[in-house]
Design a protein around this ligand. Sequence first.
Ligand code: GUN
Ligand code: ZN
Length: 443
Amino acid sequence: MTLQRTAYRSAILHSIADPQEVGLDNSFEFFEDGVLVVENGHILDVGPADEVLARHPSGMSVTQYEHKLITAGFIDTHIHYPQTGMIASYGEQLLDWLENYTFPEELKFKNPVYARQVANIFFDELASNGTTTALVFGTVHKESVDVFFEEAEKRKLRMIAGKVLMDRNAPDYLTDTPESGYQDSKALIEKWHNKDRLLYAVTPRFAPTSTPEQLATVGKLLEEYPDVYMHTHLSENKKEIEWVLELFPERDSYLDVYDHYKLLKNRAVFAHGVHLTDCECKRLSETGSAIAFCPTSNLFLGSGLFNLPKMEQHGIRVGMGTDVGAGTSFSMLQTMSEAYKILQLQQQKLHPLKSLYLSTLGGAKALYLDDKIGNLKPGKEADFVVLDLHATPLMSFRMQQAKTLEEQLFVLMSLGDDRTVSKTFVYGEKAYDAEGTTEPEMV
Ligand code: GUN
Ligand code: ZN
């Protein structure tokens, strides 16, 4: 096999550790004039341009990007691809929103032609927003996940997804049974888990839509396939929590329902966790489970304010999620901007380097994929983005006033969105270019 070596020269910034653990200064690497070398879908080298170029004196094309910033591809730890077509649906909080908007849209995924069309719109949106890995809900239909993985595989994406398990408290047209849900999930795991860059998540929608019998089958699948993911919702909305306690009166808390059925573990990801008690936080931490913080969704559905410092105190793994279609943007930059405001409302601060960490390396850690993705360290898979610090006249003007890297990063997060993403690279290949087919400058 011939190895294709390419290099990209630009400012480069990436997260190398959690600022909470190592301090802000030790949490990142920044090369004002840096070079990133990619070979065979992986990162071969990164560092200051003079040093990297000296280490690779020949046989390498170098593409230079002016006024740009290269960083790792963003990681979205919670999103629903079937909700792409009903994003921005007016007026309801969680339970009515599900009934009035979500379930009718998810019915359409019975048709694999429609599912494939939406999957492609979804992947195009991820690419134009710089997101290279996501943990994704399908619908109850097995085919919704087959077409999703087929399209993800063509794009060489590292994606995690699963079929929704839901056998009660939902319309008949959208329910499975403990037996069919188990068999369909098993077949999908056998077919897709660890195929190329794809991974499977057993996906009970949330406690209210599964019977105890179905939750027991989830525990069984996780026992049979210990390295698959578990992906669900937890403590998002106060009425939802009350309902869970009515449905499972013998359990101590919402999380205790999942705990009872052995759903807490490494690679278990719970979306939201807005209203968690200390006991629940302790269990999440000791089991290596993760929470997906979904700011735009929590604001849009009026669910509540996520307490990030509390999660940190308990040592819980946290990633960022858009939660489209309750979330209102595919952009992880917009998601970081709203996260900042959620902490502000609680008299807390979210430093831009912490946001960068949560959206890249922290997400990778939440997904136990930090040996493969999350930053630009040599050996990792070459998923990265080229961001345009002058994407709009306002951003360009504001950037000139920003003196430090941290200030610039904060402006990028506060004002940035898909207009800020110039290029997205997946497994070493360009998957999106805002300038269309225009060839970048060569040096
Ligand atoms: N809880 C159960 N299902 C859903 C969903 O589709 N979106 C959100 N945000 N919360 C949920
Ligand atoms: Zn969700």
